[in-house]
Design a protein around this ligand. Structure first.
Ligand SMILES: [Zn+2]
Ligand SMILES: [Zn+2]
Ligand SMILES: [Zn+2]
Length: 393
């Protein structure tokens, strides 16, 4: 036997294909048997580490207390958490280069526990939007989406543009944005940046498998992602608990009414207005909770100041694992997908303050000087703007 992990985290830490580090040695997980509660591992020296991602749903069962503080609406109470490990990435050590993403198929786990949560007030969100610092709305692909989607499927001949697999009768392929939709900063009613994002040259038809792979290479981390990451590392210090005693999740798509009920989510999504703001939850891994959530609620202001100090004080430029989490730098070749693609590169897109950023026009190497890779979103800047808004500055 090599080591032990707690059952709740088994699919996260020792899923098939995971690199498991124990006492400084790395092991490759060959098989995970959930019924036997065993994983088979082999000692292996590999050039990468693995990072599993979880899909989480959180239902608020009861609100113990809530208040508005500055630009933040916060609360704590009892929650029901459903989480499922759905895929993992292989990431090259040291350079954090993405080496591919692979799907996983494990049953969801559930947890009855306590959580502290926070979201941005509507006014603070509006101010962030006006300043160009808000990228956390649930993705609304704009009024032309269905039409552009249909055109893309037709153009690509109903086949995956990467591997050539045809759509099946049961499942249409996905239409993917080469430059992620969020990057374009579409604000319904305020601009029509959706038209830029949904131009046919930015869209491509992909089968599920190829979609996973390409998506992993261009994950854009928002301000919420950055703040949640920082809080996840800070909260245990404030609570003097183990990092594994808490988990952090951002819930982006939740509907009014769904928050305080046991009803399953509606089959057809209600209109956009019924959506609540995205929310960061810090929930306790110990069933029923042991008071951490109440403490976080009490120490909210302190926590926000701590997060801002941590991020501001970090020496990195766009964000790193020590502050807002790893920020992937990308270049045009990565976004274009297949190297021999004859599609045009992703072109100009609106920058944070309205100016055009044209860092993907040139094919690297073609213009002589190599194109400097850039982040899709400047997570660090967005996270600091979000924290300022939450504080009510
Ligand atoms: Zn494919
Ligand atoms: Zn996609
Ligand atoms: Zn940093």
């Amino acid at each position: 036997m090599v080591g032990e992990v707690d059952a709740a985290h088994a699919t996260l830490q020792v899923h098939e294909g995971a690199v498991y580090i124990h006492e400084g040695r790395s092991y490759l997980v060959e098989k995970l048997d959930l019924e036997e509660r065993q994983a088979w591992v082999w000692p292996a020296e590999v050039e990468y580490y693995t990072e599993a991602s979880t899909e989480t749903q959180i239902e608020v069962i009861s609100v113990h207390e809530s208040r508005v503080s500055g630009g933040a609406e916060l609360g704590y109470g009892e929650v029901f958490v459903t989480s499922q490990v759905t895929q993992y990435r292989r990431v090259r050590r040291f350079t954090h280069e993405n080496l591919g993403i692979l799907p996983l198929d494990y049953p969801p786990t559930t947890l009855d526990t306590a959580a502290y949560w926070l979201e941005v007030t509507a006014e603070a969100q509006e101010a962030l939007m006006e300043a160009g610092n808000w990228r956390d709305s649930p993705n609304d692909y704009g009024p032309d989406w269905q039409e552009q989607r249909a055109k893309t499927r037709e153009r690509d001949g109903y086949r995956c543009a990467e591997c050539g697999a045809a759509e099946t009768r049961n499942r249409q392929h996905d239409v993917h944005h080469r430059v992620p939709f969020r990057v374009f900063n579409y604000i319904p009613g305020l601009n029509r940046n959706d038209r830029l994002a949904n131009r046919l040259e930015n869209l491509v038809l992909l089968c599920r498998r190829c979609h996973y792979r390409l998506e992993a290479g261009v994950r854009a981390r928002t301000g919420m992602d950055g703040v949640a990451y920082a809080l996840g590392n800070l909260a245990p210090l404030h609570l003097m608990c183990d990092r594994r005693d808490i988990d952090v999740a951002i819930i982006r798509q939740q509907f009014e009414g769904e928050l305080l009920s046991h009803r399953p989510p509606a089959a057809s999504p209600p209109p956009q207005e019924a959506l609540t703001a995205p929310r960061i939850y810090i929930y306790e891994r110990i069933p029923a909770g042991i008071g951490f959530s109440a403490q976080l609620y009490e120490r909210h202001d302190e926590l926000m100041v701590g997060a801002a100090d941590l991020i501001r004080g970090c020496a990195c430029r766009y964000g790193c694992p020590a502050c807002v989490g790893p920020v992937l730098l990308v270049d045009s070749a990565q976004l274009a997908g297949r190297q021999d693609s004859d599609r045009p590169d992703a072109a100009a897109m609106p920058g944070s303050s309205g100016e055009e950023i044209r860092f993907w026009r040139d094919t690297p190497g073609q213009s002589g000087a190599p194109v400097e890779p850039r982040p899709l979103l400047e997570t660090k800047r967005l996270a600091l703007a979000l924290l300022a808004a939450l504080a009510g500055d």
